[in-house]
Design a protein around this ligand. Structure first.
Ligand code: MG
Length: 420
């Protein structure tokens, strides 16, 4: 083992990760039209970004260096900036230009690291399912002072050596392990190993081999079966279920409107209530549709009605709340959210809501394009208590259930773009 300065044992290891996205992915080229696998899109983002997100979920990782192919480096770096702008990883990131061989790409990535880095994780961009638990195991091993730690799994197939279609030997399976990434190393030793490999013109398929060549001990931790590398066309199926299954989500909305003589005629769920008190509002003041719109936006993580339809905006003066609801539905559909149920509650001392309840329920089902039995409407008083009890105003609650992750529907242009 080479002489070098040894980092103190037992200290928390906070490595930077080198994410290798510079390979050509020849085995998948036919299936992808020549696109390297790490740039295939899954759930709207390139595969390497999913691998980076997986790394960022570990609190142990301090930062990431992305290594991109030299041919399209500028385009990939630009795309990375766009991905960061849309939702950063909460970690610093740097980029480096890849080389001809995998080990050249690693060396370029190491050269881009900040000066104070002591440990590094080398990870394949085509392994998007790495878990924080596996990263923790690698870091724990490095904290014990070993030069390198790698994840590996026992081999289940019998492995034979072959020459010209003839078997030349059978390897003892119990001594074999299939090695994964991330591989963790002391940075000083890995730099020495790469320097040695360059001088000796070594060509290897993983970084641990280079340290082995120098006589360093490499510790093995148990890998994870789920931490697969997308390599062959059939691996593409792994990017579909269960990861592509839609997930249920719930949104909640609440709204209040004050009664104000001379205000807007009362509308509830798009239905005019002729005997109802007039309400103060910038729009048409439909408290039930406002609560419902908030709940729908909540299902897609799109904030609230005020963020999208300001009550200061003259375009929304006396606007039908059904149009605002329609716009919100467009927005959530584009996010791949599909509504399946709405449960609504109106609370008012006056007017009596029971005579209007069925008409309101049916109208809301129509607006949401849901079967009538998927919309429920409850009405209540607060027994004379509070502002509703004093007949000073009305309030509404809405709870909406939906599926997120459904295929994004092609929604018609929003009413705002239709120049009405
Ligand atoms: Mg309102």
């Amino acid at each position: 083992m080479p002489e070098t300065s040894v980092p103190p044992r037992g200290q928390p290891v906070k490595p930077w990760a080198i994410l290798l996205a510079a390979g050509q992915g020849r085995r998948l080229a036919a299936a992808t039209g020549g696109l390297a696998k790490q740039f295939l899109h899954w759930q709207g983002m390139p595969l390497y970004w999913h691998a980076a997100k997986a790394m960022s979920r570990s609190a142990a990782v301090a930062g990431i260096v992305f290594v991109f192919p030299p041919a399209d480096y500028d385009a990939h770096a630009e795309n990375l900036r766009a991905l960061y702008a849309a939702g950063d990883l909460g970690l610093p990131c740097l980029t480096a230009v890849g080389g001809a061989l995998r080990q050249d790409s690693v060396r370029h990535g190491l050269a881009a690291l900040p000066a104070d880095v002591r440990h590094v994780l080398i990870h394949d961009a085509a392994r998007p399912f790495v878990s924080p638990a596996l990263i923790r195991k690698i870091c724990a091993s490095l904290e014990s002072g070993v030069p390198g730690a790698i994840p590996a799994l026992p081999v289940t197939d019998t492995i034979k050596t072959v020459s010209h279609d003839l078997v030349t030997g059978t390897l003892p399976r119990h001594t074999l392990r299939a090695v994964q990434t991330p591989q963790g190393f002391r940075l000083d030793l890995l730099l020495q190993a790469h320097c040695h490999a360059e001088k000796q013109k070594l060509n290897v398929t993983d970084d641990a081999s280079l340290l082995e060549e120098m006589g360093c001990e490499i510790h093995v931790v148990e890998g994870e079966a789920a931490n697969v590398k997308i390599t062959n066309p059939e691996d593409m199926d792994l990017l579909r279920p269960p990861h592509a299954l839609p997930r249920p989500c719930t949104g909640m909305g609440y709204d209040v409107h004050r009664y104000a003589p001379g205000g807007r005629p009362m509308r509830l769920g798009g239905v005019l209530i002729p005997a109802g008190p007039e309400v103060a509002a910038h729009s048409d003041g439909d408290v039930l549709l406002h609560a419902l719109t908030d709940a729908i936006l909540g299902c897609a993580g799109l904030g609230d009605i005020g963020q999208h339809f300001s009550d200061k905006d003259p375009r929304f003066d006396n606007i039908s709340s059904a149009l605002l609801l329609d716009e919100a539905l467009d927005m959530v559909r584009k996010k791949g959210v599909q509504l399946c149920h709405a449960d609504l509650t109106l609370i008012a001392q006056t007017p009596r809501l029971a005579p209007h309840r069925e008409e309101i329920r049916k109208n809301i089902a129509r607006l949401l394009a849901l079967p009538a039995n998927c919309v429920n409407l409850k009405a209540s008083t607060e027994e004379g208590l509070g502002f509703t009890g004093r007949a000073e105003g009305i309030k509404a609650y809405a709870v909406v259930t939906a599926w997120a992750g459904a295929r994004a529907a092609f929604a018609p242009p929003s009413f705002l773009q239709r120049d009405i």
